[in-house]
Design a protein around this ligand. Structure first.
Ligand code: GLU
Length: 550
């Protein structure tokens, strides 16, 4: 018989831990109204914060705040190999961009933060106290198996077509004698602490998932590692302890964790903790050729949240799209309430998708265009300027020097004052590129005319000779028509349509030449207005420049 109390003391001395009651006392049940949910986001500080994180963050945030509860940020830094400097700031700033508010947690200033520390590596004593308790109860044991021994075991099991892992008869260290354990310790062999699973893989457990509904899982029988050889807990062990002591009531996490759920169920049971509710959120998928697959870090830049900031997606648009994917009735609600605060939508966990959500950048672009078409010029300037300061070029930063000029440009490009708002802008990056032709510093025309250079040249010269900045729109257009007429281009569209071969082209072809000469583009908003914004000198200079290269 093993003296488990003695072994526990040897492995985890009393001076390193506090009695269990201490932790229950310092992390009491939270005093929240009935029904209030405590949720969390628990990213690993790998420096890569992705759309999947945002996907669950929005659900967790909505449910917490809607129920009068709170959401906190916990940093799961148990895997040192994957740790990246500045990762926490990256998480926080990425989520701040999407207006995800934490009430408490790692580096959340101004919060009470009474359940911290929120970095798992700073909570070692707590995990050790519970590991020690499990050892004392004979429910955990030291395992001295080397990496080589474990991979040999895996190979053998694969060969024998058995479930791989450390369990039952394969769990070599499960039945070490007391002498063997102390010999190994004396020899200084590194060891991990494993759970002595009480489960039986023959048994099924029915489990209620808040998103997926009733699901059946197999009982855990794996003697999973709870403390690694450096004394740092595994995700599983830290999850059970932290979500208990941080008093989480609801865990919404990615469905990739569903496979580990039996381990978590057993851990909560042996630790004597009440389990939080779980909702396993479906993955984000995309259509790739003929197949539908999960978004991948390697293949899909749009998986990274950094992508949306660099491209300058409007945060609300991304959020609207995420909500569309998260709650099946959101789209309809939003159609009826296009200007409402997103918080006014009653988010419900029951309306979350049970299986993979299809993520489509084109759909996001459409939403983006709609959202940006709701902004005022002043709001657009703020949005573009914030992006440009972080990601734009020096030339683009210069666009903000003359605000009155920029306002005119945006008023036109956004279609303000027109019959309908234009939806030309999709992202800040693309919007800044779209307005580049208004600024000489970035005006780099390629002049792709559809007519002979000599024709274009005569037309440009003809127009330049009669151009008068003071002309109103109709006087201006009369001049365009006059130039067209002179060159034999049709100005009567009916006549042109009846007999197109009779003309080299029509007045809109002439307008296109003027447009390309002035802006470098064949498609722009109204050309007369563009010339008004550019001003007389700049318009004439552009016509000259265009003529000079013909
Ligand atoms: N650290 C885990 C992850 O980043 C957290 C999973 C969870 O929410 O429990 O995937």
């Amino acid at each position: 018989m093993i003296d488990w109390n003695k072994l526990a003391d040897v492995l985890i001395p009393d001076e390193d831990v506090k009695p269990l009651e201490y932790y229950e006392e310092i992390y009491p049940e939270r005093d929240l109204p009935k029904g209030a949910q405590v949720t969390r986001l628990a990213p690993s500080p790998t420096g890569f914060i992705h759309l999947g994180n945002l996907f669950v963050a929005i659900a967790n945030e909505r449910i917490a705040h809607q129920s009068g509860g709170l959401m906190y940020l916990r940093i799961e830094d148990t895997d040192l190999k994957r740790k990246v400097e500045g990762a926490v700031e990256a998480v926080k700033s990425a989520l701040r961009y999407f207006d995800i508010r934490f009430d408490e947690g790692a580096e959340i200033e101004g919060a009470k933060n009474a359940y911290g520390p929120y970095y798992q590596r700073e909570r070692a004593a707590l995990y050790h106290a519970y590991a020690k308790d499990l050892i004392k109860r004979g429910l955990a044991y030291p395992c001295f198996c080397t990496e080589e021994a474990l991979s040999a075991l895996r190979e053998k099991q694969t060969e024998e077509k058995k479930i791989t892992g450390y369990y039952g008869e394969y769990a070599a260290c499960r039945n070490l004698t007391e002498e063997e354990i102390y010999e190994n310790l004396k020899a200084g062999k590194p060891y991990v602490i494993r759970l002595r699973s009480q489960g039986n893989a023959e048994n099924k457990i029915t489990f209620r998932d808040e998103i997926k509904g009733d699901i059946t899982v197999t009982e855990n029988d794996q003697d999973v590692v709870i403390l690694k050889s450096d004394g740092i807990p595994t995700y599983h062990f830290a999850h059970a302890i932290d979500d208990h002591f941080m008093r989480t009531t609801l865990v919404i996490r990615g469905e990739e964790w569903l496979a580990s759920l039996p381990i978590h169920i057993e851990l909560f049971n042996v630790l004597g903790f009440r389990r939080p509710k779980y909702g396993h959120n479906c993955s984000l998928q995309k259509i790739d050729g003929e197949t539908r697959r999960k978004l991948s870090k390697r293949k899909d830049p749009e998986l990274s949240l950094e992508f949306y900031r660099q491209e300058g997606y409007y945060a609300r648009a991304v959020k609207v799209y995420m909500l569309t994917l998260l709650n099946s009735n959101f789209e309809e609600w939003y159609l009826k309430n296009p200007d409402a605060a997103l918080e006014d939508f009653k988010f419900s966990i029951g309306k979350m998708g049970k299986s993979g959500a299809l993520f489509d950048l084109n759909k996001l672009s459409d939403i983006s265009k709609n959202e940006l078409a709701k902004l005022s010029v002043a709001e657009m300037i703020d949005f573009l300027q914030a992006w440009t300061e972080e990601f734009g070029s020096d030339v683009q930063k210069g666009y903000f020097a003359d605000k009155a000029y920029l306002e005119k440009v945006l008023t036109l490009c956004m279609g303000i004052g027109g019959k309908k708002r234009r939806k030309d802008f999709c992202t800040a990056k693309q919007a800044m590129e779209t307005i580049a032709y208004f600024f000489d510093e970035s005006f780099e025309p390629e002049y792709a005319y559809r007519f002979e250079n000599s024709t274009v040249k005569t037309i440009l010269q003809g127009f330049k000779a009669v151009y008068d900045y003071a002309d109103d729109c109709s006087a201006w257009f009369d001049k365009v028509k006059a130039v067209a007429n002179e060159m034999g281009f049709a100005t009567d569209m009916k006549a042109y349509k009846a007999n197109p071969e009779a003309f080299p082209g029509n007045v809109s072809d002439v307008a296109e030449m003027l447009r390309i000469a002035t802006t470098g583009l064949a498609n722009t908003p109204d050309l007369w207005t563009i010339m008004q914004i550019l001003g007389k000198d700049r318009t004439l200079a552009r016509l000259d420049k265009a003529i000079s290269v013909l």
